[in-house]
Every structure is written in C-alpha cells, then in structure tokens.
Write a protein that binds this ligand. Structure first.
Ligand SMILES: NC(=O)c1ccc[n+]([C@@H]2O[C@H](COP(=O)([O-])OP(=O)(O)OC[C@H]3O[C@@H](n4cnc5c(N)ncnc54)[C@H](O)[C@@H]3O)[C@@H](O)[C@H]2O)c1
Length: 311
C-alpha cells in the first residue's frame, strides 16, 4: 500500500512519523518548500510543493490531508476526483455543504472518505463506550466536557468551536450513539480573531444532554469529561487515558492499556482500505459535526437555540 501526506506542519509531523514506521509513506507535499524537503529527506520519500505535481508523478492508494481547515475542501476534492481514499483532519470542511459534496464525490468514486475525530481511537474512550453500551453503570444521562489550553497561535482560519469543541461534539455523538436535535451555545473572544471560549449544550432524545466547555484562555492543558450515568459517574482524562468510576460508596480506577490514539486511527484507515472492515468515522458523521459547529456559532450570535434534523 502507498500513502501520501499533504501538509507536514505541527500536527502532520506525527502522521509522517507513524506512516513511515508502518512502511506505507510514499511521498509528502507541503506548500512550504523547506518543510516538504525536510520531511521528504528525513523519511527518504519524494517531496512536492504542489498537489497537482504530486498527482501527476505519484501512484498511490490513499492520502492524509493535514493542512489548515480552510484548505481541506480544495485538496480533498482533487484527491477524490483522482479516486484516492482520503483521510481529512478535523474538521472535515469549514462549511457543511462542502462536506456534503465531498461525501457524494467519495460515494460516486467508490473510495473511502473519513475524518480525524481521533478521540474515538483513544483506548480510554473505547472502554467508556463499552461501559455505556453494556449499561455497566446504568443509563448514560449527561456528558460534561472540558477542553482548555493556551491559544494555539498558528491557527488563524477558525475559532475554538471548529478547532477544538468539534472533538467533544463527535465524542458526545459517539457515546450517545445519536445526533442532537437542538444546540444552544454562548461563545466570545478575548484574544483571538475568532471565538476563543465557548459553552455548548447539545440536546439528545429523552432529555439527554452534552455540555461542552472549551477555552483558549487558561494556561493549563485540560482535556476531560464526566459521563453521568444512573448508577455512577465515570470520569475520563483524554491525555492520561485514566478512567475513574465513582459510585455512592466507593471510587475505583479502571485499569486499561494506554496506546497512542493517532497510531490506532491511522491503522484503522489503512485496514479499511485493505478491506479488513475496520471502523472509521463515516463521512456523514463528520458532516454532522460541522453542522453542529455551525449551529453552535449561529446560536451564540443570535442568542437562541437552533433545532437540527440530522441524518
Ligand atoms: N486530531 C487532532 O487532534 C488535531 C490536532 C492538531 C491539528 N489538527 C488538524 O490538523 C490540521 C493541520 O493543523 P496543524 O496544527 O498541523 O497546522 P500547521 O499550520 O502547523 O500545519 C499545516 C501545514 O500545511 C501546509 N499547507 C497549507 N496549505 C497547504 C496546501 N494547500 N497544500 C499543501 N500544504 C499546505 C502548511 O505549510 C503547514 O506546513 C488542521 O485541520 C487541524 O484542525 C488535528
């Protein structure tokens, strides 16, 4: 299998490392010529500054798009038109209508289109997903997410909802195994060009709720959630992959094996290309996350709840 990577910046350098370790990286492309040369030479693969040149010269099966959000649609469209399997980093597109077009194009050309909602591949989230499915601690009623960090200075094209809250939106949809029908949000900006703090409430069926609190203001890196179930509260730390279960009489730490989520996510995409029936984020699920992010921004601007009817 041959895989190429478009964009080898701050996050993309991790994909390059893993794809090279897995022996499938065949070329890299970055409009920053120094970066493309650096990573091409580091991993002994061809390097390009232009996707058009790469498409002319390289034979490959799939591609990772790890460029800024505003560039995803154009790059993914070219790759899908060339009938390549495509993994786009989150959020799949800035506008949900562009995401719908990509999903249709992938379907028409019979290729896989997925998006980097990495927390689904966090082994700790997987444990909680199993608990919820088995109702080990009763029914899941509420999810409370906290994602806080100092502002990533290089992100200029989107605010915190599209960049950061989307991880928790997807995780909430994944854990509830449902799509919200209503979104209410308040967001504002203190230091960034776009919104840099947001509180989002997602309403699911049977009055179930996810509350997503994200900010780029406070300096400590926090990525956590509580899953409030009828018989216990499960607390998970996305970073340490620790899970704590609090019942009325005792608190227990769940033992689970820690693994790099990005490795599992990449292996899953490669396995799906190979036809091994691995699990990837469906393109429609990624489009829905963008629709929810759009609704959150609109809700915040208008001060009203936004009702959705998602597929
Ligand atoms: N899943 C996660 O946890 C996670 C974490 C960080 C970033 N991301 C996502 O990854 C993507 C990239 O983020 P980043 O932090 O690496 O950004 P970055 O700015 O550090 O890197 C982006 C790279 O893409 C290159 N680039 C820009 N336009 C290009 C084009 N048209 N063709 C080829 N290369 C181009 C830039 O030169 C740069 O090297 C974003 O979509 C972001 O949301 C995901």
């Amino acid at each position: 299998m041959k895989i190429v990577q478009i964009g080898v910046g701050g996050w993309g350098k991790n994909h390059t490392r893993i794809l090279s370790q897995l022996g499938v990286l065949s070329a890299v492309c970055d409009t920053d010529s120094q970066r493309s040369k650096e990573y091409g030479e580091k991993y002994s693969v061809n390097h390009y500054e232009s996707l058009d040149d790469l498409l002319i010269s390289e034979k490959f099966d799939g591609a990772f798009v790890v460029t800024p959000t505003s560039t995803h649609t154009e790059i993914a469209t070219k790759l899908l038109e060339a009938k390549k399997h495509v993994f786009v980093e989150k959020p799949m597109t800035y506008k949900s209508e562009d995401g719908e077009k990509l999903a249709k194009l992938a379907e028409k050309n019979k290729v896989i289109l997925t998006c980097g909602y990495i927390e689904r591949f966090n082994p700790a989230v997987d444990v909680v997903k199993k608990f919820v499915k088995e109702k080990k601690f009763g029914e899941l009623v509420m999810l409370e997410f906290h994602r806080e960090n100092r502002m990533p200075l290089h992100i200029k094209d989107v605010g915190i909802i599209y960049d950061t809250s989307v991880h928790d939106i997807d995780t909430a949809n994944w854990l509830f195994d449902d799509m919200p029908h209503v979104v209410f949000a308040r967001a504002g900006k203190i230091k960034h060009e776009h919104e840099d703090f947001a509180s989002i409430m997602l309403g699911y069926k049977d009055d179930k709720v996810a509350i997503i609190s994200s900010n780029w203001i406070t300096p400590k890196k926090v990525r956590k959630f509580n899953a409030v179930c009828t018989d216990a509260i499960i607390s998970l730390d996305f970073i340490t992959q620790e899970i704590i279960v609090e019942k009325n009489d005792k608190t227990e730490t769940v033992q689970n094996e820690k693994q790099e989520p990005l490795l599992l996510e990449i292996q899953s995409f490669l396995g799906t290309i190979d036809g091994k029936n691995e699990q990837v984020v469906k393109s429609q699920e990624a489009v829905n996350v963008t629709k929810i992010a759009e609704a959150a921004l609109l809700s915040s601007q208008k001060g009203i709840p936004i009702y959705l009817d998602l597929k």
